[in-house]
Design a protein around this ligand. Structure first.
Ligand code: CA
Length: 437
């Protein structure tokens, strides 16, 4: 089965010259979606697609009526303030619009003159959340992260017995999810030091980031109807880079027996762009389960999932401290990882989430869980990098961190590259810690 089509052709170039520059995040093979408006304006937000250092304003494209059929239906839906209706249309419409945009943006396309009116420089836009995220579930799919964190919280019992059978997750809170550029106050909360008799209330002392992917659901399912694994990815619209900020000292005290609560719901930040599942087709890879581990139950198995169910999405994390900004110094790279290390695939997450009949709505989001890789340098959180706060990591300018300090801006990036295909990027997600209130 091939999921590759003409929109992935490495030889395509665009009449938007900046899209043809090597290492650009947004070549014509990418075409990710966001909700935008002109910076500092009162304009309505509307859907847009990135191309080079510009965006194509989809409300304008709708007005121009240059497309027809499914692509025109899709662009009309995508010109609204949120992408939910477009995401709910389903794969056939997503693909039709992708192909129409790919053709219209190619070098020599007849649509160039008209479509030029829909171009806006990325420097001139601002973003909102790309869709209304009704529900958000955070998974825990990196066994390296689960083992490392488990060994810090429960040294004698790091990986609980259900981990290798169940794609573990918890229901998070969507009201505190915002788009890149989010700032938030260091959360206050209840913590208890191991040697203290009683807990106390105060600002979090162990504030952390979590390097994750956000997975957006497109077409939903009826309450009561499970989504079979063979059909799971038809429900997945696309992916973003996601920072699931975490208060480790609050978490350690509150997490048993019901899981994360206030340690996780004070802020979470998504990258503005949603890279579609279709755009990611070339960077799929096989998914395997170690032969010494339990093999998944039947409902979590399919030949397609084995063959192409994993995605090699590379990710990294940088910290830019307040001092770096004063000095004009570059942010410091602290971690690099890839989603290909995930113990469970996206299809398995979707299928497991609905096996009991739970219903997804268009725009719902799944967090992948912190994507730590097999080596210490690939850890996706400071909790792991600092070995539970026992060590400090040294940044480029000599500053040190065990956990985040006020003023720290955390920058996460994602991208895919593979021989024979264009490199595509997710752009970045940034967020800054303000002092506690
Ligand atoms: Ca998380």
């Amino acid at each position: 089965m091939s999921l590759i089509n003409e929109t992935h052709d490495i030889n395509l170039t665009s009449w938007v010259a900046s899209a043809n520059v090597a290492n650009c995040d947004f070549p014509i093979q990418n075409l990710p979606f966001a909700a935008v408006r002109r910076k500092n304006s009162n304009e309505a937000f509307r859907g847009a697609v990135a191309i080079g250092d510009h965006v194509i304003d989809l409300a304008k494209v709708n007005e121009l009526a240059i497309f027809s059929g499914d692509a025109q239906t899709a662009v009309a839906a995508a010109s609204q303030a949120t992408l939910n209706e477009f995401m709910g249309l389903g794969q056939r419409y997503w693909s039709a619009l992708r192909l129409a945009l790919s053709k219209a943006l190619r070098e020599g396309a007849a649509e160039q003159t008209k479509l030029s009116d829909a171009l806006i420089a990325q420097a001139d836009i601002e973003f909102s959340l790309p869709c209304r995220i009704g529900d958000y579930t955070d998974f825990y799919t990196s066994i390296y992260h689960a083992t490392a964190v488990g060994s810090l919280f429960r040294p004698d019992n790091p990986l609980l017995p259900n981990y290798k059978w169940v794609p573990i997750g918890y229901h998070g809170r969507s009201s505190s999810i915002d788009v890149s550029g989010q700032t938030f106050h260091r959360p206050n909360g209840q913590t208890k030091a191991p040697d203290a008799e009683v807990p106390s209330l105060g600002p979090c002392k162990r504030l952390d980031y979590e390097l994750e992917l956000g997975i957006y659901l497109g077409k939903g399912n009826e309450l009561g109807d499970a989504i079979a694994i063979e059909n799971a990815e038809n429900h997945v619209f696309g992916f973003c880079v996601f920072n699931d900020w975490s208060a480790r000292d609050l978490q350690a005290w509150e997490y048993q027996p019901l899981g994360p609560f206030l340690a996780k719901n004070f802020a979470s930040t998504v990258s503005p762009w949603i890279v579609t599942t279709e755009a990611l087709a070339p960077y799929r890879t096989s998914w395997t389960r170690d032969e010494n581990d339990p093999q998944p139950l039947g409902y979590l198995e399919s030949s397609q999932n084995r063959e192409l169910g994993a995605f090699d999405i590379k990710m990294d994390v940088q910290i830019e401290t307040a001092k770096m900004r004063e000095q004009g110094a570059a942010p410091s790279l602290v971690s690099k990882s890839s989603f290909k290390h995930s113990y469970w695939t996206v299809a398995q997450m979707v299928t497991h989430h609905t096996v009991n009949g739970c219903n997804f709505m268009p725009g719902d989001m799944l967090g992948s869980g912190t994507q730590s890789g097999p080596t210490h340098e690939e850890a996706g959180s400071l909790l792991e990098l600092s070995r539970g706060g026992k060590e400090k990591i040294t940044l480029n300018n000599g500053e040190q961190r065990s956990f985040l300090e006020d003023g720290d801006n955390v920058i996460m990036r994602g991208w895919c590259e593979k021989a024979g295909f264009a490199r595509i990027g997710f752009g970045s997600v940034e967020g800054t810690v303000l002092p506690a209130k």
